[in-house]
Design a protein around this ligand. Structure first.
Ligand code: ACM
Length: 736
């Protein structure tokens, strides 16, 4: 082939690649559909738009009409047809035969067609919304494509604790709206807890008259100090009319509500309203009664409450809590002690089991299924119970092995009250950080389940507890983008999951977040990482995945004053290093209020080549396995791998700058010439780190260690790049 012909071909090929890249970037749908095929061209709306619907799809058509009006100020007409005319701009065609939630979406220059059953048409519309313009006032242009899709799990949940802080109907509806955009379909509404009773119950008016005003009573000194909350709390409750409105709102978005009425613990607000329900400490010394007394009076109360709840909520399931019950309180309760004797219950766990089984029987008599947290396994699981596994997966796995339905919501992955980055730089929260990558990597069906047990896993759910979440803005900050990862791990086929693709698609969603005024936590700055260097001057390149992101920073560790002028990305920080430097950055997004805070420590070291004789060295590092002895002497002891020591030399053949880092999710310890260049046990998403070293020609002593860790499987231990960013071939640059 002639050179110029070759050049033309290369140019043509790169055009094709460019086209494919843009096409797939435009087709960034979360959760990733089963099949997406990009096509040439687009549908461009000219003039007035019509949404053609049939009788079954009319409500979804009106939903879409409202969305287009509210979001883009676009006026569409909804026309109901027996047979929707071919030329209609958007056609929503009901198709009863498809699988639950399945849909097809096709876009070409002539129009947009969505087909599916009821939920399917709605999900097809949600996928379409993500193909629409990411801002107002743009050309209404939807890229041509075909999508065939269906969900992996039927339980794709998100919870909200409205007890610790109350959230209004409008706030709950916004929460539900965003869930719907990502095809989440179970809203778990945690309506009662110690710090507030939030649902009107006609037969027991004090539940709301007193129990929904805990914050007020605490300020009066009549209730204990609310020192587990971040502030004084937020009072309020939902009337039955409110509840009915929210149920309808959710139903219109194909979301089922799972109401939770906590028992036998976490019931302080109800007991404050009706003290006779509480388990009185026989010593009378307690100032906090959270446990129901297992009396006939309590059971009558709970049945009355549940009857009114059941009357409101049309769904199959009622959540009765069951977590963290302070069962030992029952040892001081004459009622509980008498009950143990009468029912031959051996311990408090068996009282709990008796309690839950009585409630189960009542729910079954009303055609409802009981859901409880995994503690309900203790003392004997109620026969028909569905288990929500939160203290890890063990409870859920045990329940699945007993052929009980299970929803996986395990700590730490599914707990969004944890911070999303280094604790010191985030708002206060429980537990160590849970970053979105960690949520994304969670797999609800454990490999340890047998084939006939896997179908008991109904799906998964993200949970948020609101002790430290005082308002909607903060709630959105905690829940998003992590809930997008839940959407994808519950909807998307396992083989279609891809964290890099998800990451890019997720960044695109921030344009929609802006349109919806959703305060999702901003992505971290790229390049903001702890650095070890032997240089006196460094240039750090900072990038951000969002176009409108801005940064302010200081180099002395003080928090930047947000009134300082902010700078766009990419940004190069040139700085002199003397011993150390603490970069503190404040990141915001133009047009929004949110600021996130990040820090990075730059530490100076001195490294010199070794005096080792090159002639005696062999290629590769010397890796020594560390063994640990497991077992017990009577039954036999087994040596298992515990970690790996590395020992050797890094050969530098050209003097220059080198960047050394690790791809391990949990970092190894690595020393170069006895200086720590990578610190052990840091998470690459939470505390990224690398070394930037100017190295002369020579052999540098390299030592390190890493313990066995499943999270690091398949990842590269050492990534060494030269100043041009070219990877050093470790096969020819490492010796021992
Ligand atoms: C729970 O987080 N206590 C269910």
């Amino acid at each position: 082939m002639k050179a110029c012909k070759m050049k033309r071909l290369v140019a043509l090929l790169s055009l094709v690649f460019l086209y494919i890249n843009t096409a797939s970037a435009q087709l960034a749908i979360i959760p990733q559909p089963l099949h997406v095929t990009a096509a040439k061209g687009a549908f461009v709306l000219k003039g007035q738009g019509v949404i053609g619907v049939d009788q079954e799809s009319e409500a979804v058509g009106r939903y879409l009409q409202r969305y287009l009006l509210d979001t883009y100020a676009l006026v569409f007409k909804v026309n109901v047809y027996q047979h929707i005319p071919l030329h209609t701009a958007i056609k929503l065609i009901s198709n009863k035969s498809s699988a639950e939630g399945a849909y097809t979406l096709s876009v070409n220059s002539g129009g947009i067609t969505i087909g599916g059953n009821g939920a399917g048409v709605f999900y097809g519309v949600q996928s379409l919304l993500q193909l629409m313009p990411q801002g107002r006032g743009m050309l209404f242009r939807v890229p041509a494509c075909t999508v065939e899709d269906q969900p992996r799990f039927n339980w794709r949940g998100l919870s909200l604790d409205v007890s610790r802080h109350f959230f209004t109907v409008a706030e709950v509806e916004k929460y539900i709206d965003v869930m719907a955009h990502y095809k989440l379909n179970v809203f778990h509404w945690h309506l009662t807890d110690d710090e507030g009773w939030r649902i009107q119950i006609d037969k027991y008016p004090k539940l709301t008259e007193v129990g929904s005003k805990i914050s007020y009573w605490a300020k009066q000194g009549k209730f204990r100090k609310l020192d587990n909350l971040v502030d004084d709390g937020r009072d309020g409750f939902y009337t039955k009319a409110d509840i009915r409105e929210v149920i309808k709102y959710a139903k219109d978005r194909y979301i089922t509500i799972l109401p939770e009425i906590e028992m036998p613990g976490h019931s302080e607000a109800a007991i404050f309203a009706y003290p006779e329900l509480g388990c009185q400490d026989s010593t009378g010394a307690k100032n906090r009664v959270r446990m129901y007394d297992p009396s006939e009076h309590t059971f009558q109360f709970l049945e009355d409450v549940l009857s009114e709840v059941i009357e409101l909520f049309p769904n199959d399931y009622i959540h009765i809590g069951g977590d963290e019950a302070e069962m030992d309180d029952w040892l001081h309760s004459p009622t509980a002690v008498a009950l143990m004797k009468k029912e031959h219950l051996k311990n408090v766990r068996e009282i709990q089991s008796y309690f839950i089984k009585r409630i189960e029987k009542f729910l079954l008599s009303k055609n409802k299924k009981l859901v409880g947290w995994d503690e309900i396994l203790e003392g004997g699981l109620a026969e028909s119970a569905t288990v929500m596994s939160w203290r890890g997966e063990e409870g859920g796995l045990a329940a699945a092995r007993m052929h009980h339905p299970v929803v996986m919501t395990p700590l730490p992955y599914m707990y969004f009250d944890a911070p999303q980055a280094k604790v010191a730089t985030e708002p206060i929260g429980w537990n160590p950080p849970v970053y979105w990558q960690m949520v994304y990597q969670y797999e609800p069906v454990s490999a340890s389940l047998a084939a006939n047990e896997t179908s008991y896993i109904l799906g998964a759910q993200g949970n948020i507890w609101t002790e430290k979440v005082p308002n909607l803005q903060h709630l959105e900050y905690m829940v998003y983008p992590r809930a997008l990862a839940v959407a994808e791990l519950t909807w998307t086929a396992k083989e279609n999951k891809n964290i890099d693709r998800f990451e890019q698609s997720m960044y695109g969603q921030y344009n929609f977040f802006k349109l919806w005024n959703l305060n999702a936590r901003l992505p971290n700055v790229q390049g903001m990482e702890d650095l070890v260097t032997n240089k006196d001057n460094i240039g750090i390149v900072l990038k951000h995945p969002l176009k409108d992101a801005r940064i302010q920073y200081t180099l002395d560790g003080t928090r930047p004053d947000t009134k300082m002028a902010s700078k766009p990305f990419p940004l190069v920080i040139q700085a002199a290093v003397k011993d150390s430097l603490l970069i503190s950055a404040d990141v915001s997004l133009q047009g929004t209020e949110q600021h996130i805070f990040q820090t990075a420590l730059v530490k100076q070291v001195t490294v010199n080549p070794s005096t080792v004789e090159a002639a005696g060295l062999k290629p590769g590092l010397n890796l020594t396995e560390e063994k640990a002895m497991l077992g017990n002497p009577a039954k036999g002891i087994k040596a298992v791998s515990a970690g790996t020591y590395l020992n050797g030399y890094l050969k530098i053949s050209t003097e220059g700058d080198y960047r050394i880092s690790t791809d391990f999710e949990i970092s190894p310890a690595v020393d170069l010439d006895k200086q720590v260049i990578i610190s052990q046990n840091k998470n690459k998403y939470v505390a990224p780190q690398s070394a930037l070293l100017h190295l002369k020609i020579g052999y540098y002593q390299l030592r390190g260690y890493y313990p066995v860790n499943d999270k690091n499987k398949g990842q590269t231990l050492l990534v060494i790049k030269n100043a041009e960013g070219k990877l050093l071939d470790t096969a020819v640059s490492l010796f021992h």
